[in-house]
Design a protein. Sequence first.
Length: 159
Amino acid sequence: MTIAEVFVPASNPTVSLLITFGTFGLDCLVRPLGAVIIGTYADRAGRKAGLTLSIGLMLIGTTLMVITPSCAYTTIVNIRQDRFERTPSIRGETLNEMGGGYMNDFYAREFWRFVLVQHAVAALGQTAIEYPPMQAPATFNLEAVKRQIDELIKDHESQ
């Protein structure tokens, strides 16, 4: 019911629901056709090319769902910042217009966290000054090992 109300508004809710079911029914018919087409392509071009094509098509579909405007909800809400889902996006208000400004309220309540993090990063930076690196950074090749072996061979020959 929610998908029908949000994406397929109609004066008659039954028509809206039938259009929504028709869309999902069409999906059931198109998937096997896509499997045949992409499967044939993957057989000829390789699995990597078939997977890339499949992911690209899913990306296009997901992007279209995101950018297509729905009829009921006009804003996207960051659930991580709005954990208790206090944002009334149905009324069309922005985050800063509602209830005295939700985002401004968030920063006012949670700004102390930024100050503590700033002090922790400053203390970490100070340790780099007080205790500079004592050795050369690690190399991830065999040049240092070869040099060490050559030095040992020279020392052994000189004895």
